[in-house]
Design a protein around this ligand. Sequence first.
Ligand SMILES: [Zn+2]
Length: 597
Amino acid sequence: MGLPVTQWAYNLLEEKWIPVLYRDGKVDRVGICKALEDARTIRQVAASNPMDRVAILRFLLAVLMWCKEDAKSSLASLDEKSAGIPENWLAKLKENKAAFNLLGDGKRFYQDESLKGKGPRPIGDLLVEFPGADSVNHMRHVVHDSSYGFCPACCAMGILRLSVWAPANRFYPASVNPGSAAYAFIEGKNLFQTLCANLPETNPQADQAPWLGNEQPNSPDAVARLAWRPRKLWLNVGSENDPCANCGSFGELITSLCNEGGWPTPTTSSQEFAKAVETEFKNLGYRTKDKDQANKNAKKVVKMASLIRKCRMDDLRKACSQSNPQPQAAAPTTQTDEQEIARLFHQLILKNDKSAQEAIKALTKKPNEEEQKALGGGDMRAKKFWDADPHLLRDGEAISLPGLGADVAMHSSQFWRDALRLRRGQVGRVTAIGPVVNKFTFQDGVSIALPDASDDVKSRANLSADCGGELRGLFKQVTQNPLRQHPEIDASVKLLTPNAEAQIRDRLSRINASTGDNASEDRAFLHEVYAPVVEQVIASVTPGSPLRRHATRNHARALLNEKIKELVEKPDHLSNAGTPAAVPGKPKRGRKKGGSK
Ligand SMILES: [Zn+2]
C-alpha cells in the first residue's frame, strides 16, 4: 500500500509529533500549527524527557518570533482579551510549508542534501539517552546494526534537541551554548502564557530563519540562535513498517543518519573583541605561535582585551605618553578601540625598558574587585555561548549540574540553589532544567520547580545551606574524640541530605507572606528541617548505653539550637540574599561548606 505523499514527506506543521498535555487532562501529539493555535487550551509541552521540553519550547518561540515580529507585545494584548493565537499570524508558516518537510525527495527540515549517501551512523546517535552499543549497559540494550529505527516524531525531537544540548568534541561543535548548560523557564497557566513569558524582550530580525537555509547566518538574530544548527544531518529512511525503538509507535522508520559538524557555537562579544585585537597585532607583525617576550605580551593583551577596553584605557594612554614624552606622529583620528589598544601596546613593547615592562604587567593583570563590578557578566568568559540567551542560567559562565561523581550533598543541593539564585528576578513559577553530560555520555536530565524567589525564600535557602554545612562539625563535637575523622558521621549525613534538601525545597515552595517576625520564622524553619536529621544521625552513630545516647542527643540538640541562633542572627545573610544575582563570581554560601568536610 503506497503511503500518501504528505505522510511520507512528514510535514512538521501538520503531522502529530509534539507531545502535549491539554488543560482538560487529554494527552495528544500535535503539529507546529496546532500547537500554536491551541496554545490557550494546551497546558504544556509534555515530552517525557525534560531536555525535549526545553528544545521544543525554544523552537516554538523561534517560530513565533519569525512569524510575528512584535510577538511579545501582541501576545500580551491577546492574553488580556483571553484570545488565542489567530490563524493569520501563521501565514508565513503556511507559505513556507515545504521547509518543514522532515522526509521526502525535496528540501528537508534541518537537513543538508550534500550529506546524502555519505557513511551512515546509527540513528541511536540522535537521542543521547538511547541505550545503544557503547553506552552504559541497560536491561534493554540495543546493538547498532540498523535492526531498529526511530519514528519521524522521535527524529524531529532529537534534531531540535541538538540546538540546545549538543555536546562538543573533536569533530562536532557544541550547541548555541555548552552541551551541559542549564535553562530556566517561567511556567504559565497554559502554553500560551508560557510562550509569552519566555519570549525575549526584543526581536530585531536580521537573518533568514534556520529552517529556510543551510548556510550559517553572518550575524545571527535571536530566531537563528534559538533554533541553532550545530550539526549537518541527513536522515535515511528504512523500508519496513515496525515499532519505533524509542516510543513504540508503529510506522515507517528512520534507521540511520549522516552526521557532520554544522554551525560553530557563536562567540560572545568579548571574544569577538579579543579576536579583533589579535588581528590588529597580526597586522603589526606579531605571531601568536612565537614564544618570545613581545609575542607573549601581545597574547596577554588579547586575553585581557575587553577588561582593558572597559577599565584601563586611561591608564594605558597615560603609560604611553609617559614613556614617549615627545609624541610621535599624532594618532589617526578615526581608529577603533582594537586598533588603539594594539598600537599603544606595540609602542610599549618596542620601548621595552623597565617602566614599559612594568606598565604592561600592570595593564594585563587580573581584574581587581572594583573592575569586577564594572565588567558585564560576559566580559571575561572562557567558554563560547550565547551572551544574551534569555533562558540560560549563567553565573559568568553558563552553569550546569554537578557531575554524578560529586558529593551527594552537593549534587542534591547545588543545582537548585544556583538556579534559585540566578533566575534573574523572573516572576512566577520557574522550572529549571539541565542535563548531566559527562565525557559525552548522557547520564541524567533533571527538571526542578523553583519557588517564587522572594528575599525570604532566598535568605532561607542560604541559611539552610549554611546550617547543612555545619552539621558534620556539630556531630563530631558530641563524640568522645572530636578531632578524629568520623566516616560513619559523614556517611549518615550524606544519606540524610537528599531528604532534608527535598523538605527544604518543599517548604520554600509553600512559603506564605511573612508575619513580620522573620528571625523566629527562620529559626523555626531551620529547626523543622534539621532537628529530625540530628535525631536520626545520633541514633545511628552513637555507641553505648541508652543513658549515654540520651545525653549525646541532648547535647547535639543544644548545639543545633545554638548554631541556628547564631546563623539567623548573623547580619549578612539578609544583605547577601537581597542581591545575589547582581554580584557575579563564585557564590560563597552553601558550596564549599557542604562539600569538602
Ligand atoms: Zn518514536
